[in-house]
Design a binder for this molecule. Structure first.
Ligand code: GLN
Length: 497
């Protein structure tokens, strides 16, 4: 096989299964690529090539004995650094967790291990997944492989950049307000936020528990589906996990057909604040979907304009509570100068030193919103808006099968451009946040490059709860129509680093 790092996960898996190439060779090829480009991209926070290669050899032996039956056996993967990985550093992009090695694995890490998937390492992210650019990482930003002076999106910019720069064929991200989909849009890759409860959250460090969901990232729809199928499903260790079979996302990706489907364009997510080239590509995709036999209509979701405001009360409230555990006593660093300090002094010094500015900002916002006398006015009101947004979706889905919008209002911006303006940063997630608030599922699919800057644009497909298969059915139909025009996936146009 020619360059192993250019192949899809599905292609690699079948070549490994036929023993044309070993998992060890595939894993080594990806570490060579990481050695070649990651100094510039900075997608990874932690790699341990020796143990990954040893693991790949084990998988090769299991395959030789016919012991492993899995559609992704032997294929490498990268994990966002807020998934607990037993004995392997897990920082959540924060200095406060420097040196912490979890004593257990997240359920999805265990599932992927059992499927013979080989971990390459842990990827960079905004600290505790708060951000849209990966610039809030305590370990320096990740760079967009399409243009190293630009951000790759966030918070899962490391996972998206690893996939886009061919350092890993696939990755796991988490999405609380858009952190899988927005980086996918900005790097020309595919990312899915599954239905809330569709993928276990056990062992995923919590940001906002009622919004968080882990999901797959890859370079094409089929690889994303294969990964989704492995990680999805009920987990008794996650009390919000849905006890129903995972929709057949792989069959839906194979079906790739939108004939007779009704697709709704969200009126509120295609106007002011959206870059002209993003809208141009979006409108072109709508025409293609119509040509493919879908009926496209416009639908209104009138309460979406309040989504960002509600999210920035609910998320900080939940985060301020979840992050209380990082106190210098149980995990990570402890700031203690040995001068007979009280517990409060040590906790406060540890949190002062260990947390970055964005995390502190949100802890303060959340603590304020939950404080007595304000709770109902802020948190309570935000929860009511959440209900209205869920109803907007329910009404829309009574008329259409799926909804579409641009994933992000603009293409990738320059490193530093929005760092001093939190509101400008927050506005990146205007189209993705409503989905987390309602708990349904969505995909970001690459649909071309914006004419004005040549950077990737993503289209968001949204489906009702537990109808994740529809994302893949529509996504793969549009993907193949677009690939016919481009002569391959968008990512094949990415500049070689
Ligand atoms: N960018 C959003 C935020 O800063 C989303 C984060 C996420 O999905 N983890 O909260």
């Amino acid at each position: 096989m020619s360059d192993l790092t250019r192949q899809s996960a599905a292609t690699l898996a079948s070549a490994i299964a036929r023993r044309e190439v070993s998992s060890e060779e595939v894993t080594r090829a990806h570490f060579d690529r990481i050695a070649q480009v990651d100094e510039r991209v900075h997608a990874f926070l932690h790699v341990d090539p020796e143990s990954s290669i040893a693991r790949a050899r084990e998988v090769d032996q299991q395959l030789a004995k016919g012991e492993l039956l899995s559609p992704l056996a032997g294929v490498p993967i990268a994990f966002k650094d807020l998934l607990a990985t037993k004995g392997v550093p897990t920082t959540c992009g924060s200095r406060i967790l420097e040196g912490w090695r979890p004593p257990y694995n997240a359920t999805i890490v265990d599932k992927l291990n059992a499927a013979g998937v080989v971990s390459l390492g842990k990827t960079n992210m905004d600290e505790f997944a708060m951000g849209s650019s990966t610039e809030h990482s305590g370990y320096g930003p990740t760079h967009n492989p399409w243009d190293l002076e630009r951000i790759p999106g966030g918070s899962g910019g490391g996972s998206a950049a690893a996939v886009a720069s061919f350092e890993s064929p696939m990755a796991i991200g988490t999405d609380t307000g858009g952190s899988i989909r927005q980086p996918a849009a900005l790097t020309g890759t595919v990312g899915v936020k599954p239905t809330y409860g569709g993928v276990s959250r056990y062992g995923i460090v919590a940001l906002a528990s009622s919004l968080d969901q882990a999901g797959p990232c890859a370079r094409d729809v089929m690889d994303t589906a294969l990964l989704h199928a492995v990680i999805g499903g009920h987990d008794p260790r996650d009390s919000t996990s849905i006890n129903e079979p995972v929709p057949d996302v792989v069959a839906a990706a194979l079906k790739a057909d939108v004939r007779g489907m009704k697709i709704g364009v969200i009126k509120e997510l295609k106007g002011e604040g959206f870059q002209a080239g993003v809208l141009e590509r979006f409108n072109q995709s709508i025409e293609i979907l119509t040509d493919l036999g879908a009926e496209v209509i416009e639908v209104s979701c009138p309460h979406f304009e309040y989504a960002l405001g509600a999210y920035y009360l609910i998320l900080p409230s939940e985060a301020s509570s979840n992050l209380a555990r990082f106190d210098g006593m149980r995990f990570g660093i402890r700031e203690d100068d040995g001068k007979d300090r009280s517990v409060e002094e040590v906790m406060s010094a540890t949190r002062e030193k260990g947390f970055g500015a964005e995390v502190k900002r949100r802890i303060m916002l959340g603590t304020y919103a939950l404080s007595s006398g304000y709770y109902d006015a802020y948190y309570g009101q935000a929860q009511r808006i959440r209900t209205l947004i869920t109803r907007d979706f329910a009404y829309a889905f009574s008329r259409v099968d799926v909804l579409v919008s641009p994933t992000a209002p603009t293409t990738a911006f320059k490193i530093g451009e929005k760092l001093d303006n939190p509101l400008a940063m927050y506005l990146n997630d205007i189209a993705t946040i409503p989905v987390n608030l309602a708990g349904n599922c969505a995909m970001s699919l690459p649909i071309g490059r914006a004419p004005e800057d040549g950077l990737p644009v993503g289209l968001q497909i949204i489906a009702p709860p537990m109808a994740d298969h529809l994302l893949y059915q529509v996504g793969s139909a549009l993907e193949s129509a677009l690939a016919d025009r481009w002569g391959g996936l968008l990512i094949s146009e990415a500049p070689t680093l």
